[in-house]
Design a protein around this ligand. Sequence first.
Ligand code: OXD
Ligand code: MN
Length: 581
Amino acid sequence: MTSQLAALNEWVDQVAAHTRAARVHWCDGSDAENRRLIEQMLDSGDLLQLNPKTHPECYLHRSDPNDVARVEHLTYVCTREKQDAGPNNNWMARDEAHALMSGLFAGCMEGRTLYVVPYCMGPIDSPLARCGVEITDSPYVVVNMRLMTRMGIEALARIEREGQFVKGLHSTGELDPDQRYIVHFPEELMIQSYGSGYGGNALLGKKCHALRIASYQARDEGWLAEHMLIVGIENPKGEIRYVAAAFPSACGKTNLAMLIPPRAWQEAGWKVWTVGDDICWLQPGEDGRLYAINPEAGFFGVAPGTGASTNPNALAMLDREAIFTNVAVTDDNQPWWEGLDDRRPARDWRGRDYDPKNGPAAHPNSRFTVSIKRCPSYSQEAENPRGVPIDAIVFGGRRASLVPLVLEARDWQHGVMMGGAMASETTAAATGKVGVVRRDPMAMKPFCGYNFGDYFAHWLAVGEKLSRPPRIFQVNWFRRDQDGRFLWPGFGDNLRVLAWILERCEGNGKALETPVGCVPAADALDLEGLQESPDMENLLAIDEAGWREELAGIEAFLADYGDRVPAAMKTELERVRRALS
Ligand code: OXD
Ligand code: MN
C-alpha cells in the first residue's frame, strides 16, 4: 500500500531510506492487523498475555525501567526565534535540532519494520479535527495509537483529501536515556521523537501533536488546545451541561471525567457523561459559546489509585481489550496495582517476585490504554462533529494549603489570570522530583508549544470572541489539615462542587466575595449524606497573608516572560493585590 498523496509517499520513502528500515508497513487500523501485531509482540516478549478468563484480550507491557514517564528536560520546541518558544520550553535552533535528530535516526531502523500510522485527532468528520501521520518502529506504539486515536484507512482518506498533516517520526532507538530527545518543529508541523517508548514521548498524537503542535496551530487559527477533561453533568431535570477542567498530570482528571454521583444524588437522577479525560480542543461557535471536542479516542490513564471506591467506571472498562504498562500481576496473572484491592501481587512491574522492600509493586506511573467506548459513562456526544457547548471551565491543582476548595473568577479576564497563576505539586507522570510545588499555568507547563506570554494573550483574545463565555473556576481537592489529612473526600463527592459551579453558571447559587474570587456561601454546597462533615471553614478559608506571598511568586514567575505578558494580566494581579491589602 502507498498513498495517493505524493508528499506523504515521498516523506515515507525518504525516512525509510534514511533509517534503513527493513520493511515498510502502512497501517489500515483493521482488527486483523491489530491481531497480527499482538501475536508478533507475544512471540517477541514485548507483550505478555494476562489471564484470559478474567481479562480477555488484555496484555501487559513491561517497559525498560529507565523509560517510564515523560522527560520534560529532554523535550524541545524548536521555533525560528527562541522567544517564540518562550521560557516555558527548552529550545534549540532548528538547524541544530534537525542535524541532531537526523544523526540519531540515520540507520536506526535497520532490521526493523517501519510502520506508517495515519491518524485523526477528533471525530473523523469534524471540522475541528486535525490529522497526522506517525512513522514508528514500535508495534507497541501502533496498537496504542489504534486505541488512542481514529487510526487507519479513514484517517488516510481525510489526509489525502486535505493534503495537510502533522509529520511525526518516532524510533525507540536503543532506549538510552542519554540519547533521548522529543523535539517539536511547530512552524513545520513536525515532531521527532527518539529513544523512548513511553506513551507521552512516543504516542505522538497525544501530547506532542494534540497539545504542543495543536496549541501553536490553534493560536494562528483562533482556537484553544488544552490539557482538559470534558464531562457532561445531567441534572434530575434531564438537562446536560458540559464542563472542561484542566488539572496537571496524575491529579485525577480521569476520575473526575467518569465520576459516580453519591448514592442519594444517583437516586435523585444525577448522571455523569464522559467526553474526554485528558485533552480538549475548544473553538468559538457562531452562537458566541465555546465548543469542545476530545481529540482522542481512548484513555491512557494512571493505574495506581484506581479502585472500586475511587473509580468504579474505570475498573469496569479494564477487564477486556486493554493494554497495561508497568503494572504488577497476581499469581493467576491478573493485572494489579496499589489501590486496586488487598490481594498480594506475585510479581512487580519489573517482573521480579514481589518484595515490598523494592518499593511499590506497580510503577507509580503505570498505565492502562483502553478505548473510550468501553467506559460505562461514555457520552455519544464524543462523536459529535460540532463538539459540546462548555458552560464552565475549571482549573485545578494539587495544593496542600492556600487554595480553597473552590473559587469563582469575576469574569473571563480574571479567570485567565487565575488559570495562568496556577501552581501544583509535581507527580510521577514526568521524571524528576515528586511533590514539589511549581507554577503550571492552565496545567500546560509541559505542553504549551509556544511562549506562555503569547498564550495568555491568546486566551484573552478568544474570550473577546465569545458573547456567552463559560464561567471560570479554580478548585483544589487536595487541601490538607495540620496533620496532613485531606480535608475534602473528593472523588464522587466532587459532584457537590460541580453542582454549585453549574448553579453559578445559571445565575443562581449563593456565593461570598473574597479578594481572590467568590467562594460558596456557608450553606451553598449540598453536603447531605457525607459520612463525616468536612471542615468547610478550613476548606474555604482565605489566608490573606499567604495570598500576598502567592502574588509575589506569580509576579516573579511572570517577570521571566517580560513584555509578552498581556497588560490585562498585570491589571488583574494589581486588582487582587489592592483587594488584599
Ligand atoms: C498524561 C500526562 O499521560 O499528562 O496524560 O502525563
Ligand atoms: Mn495528561
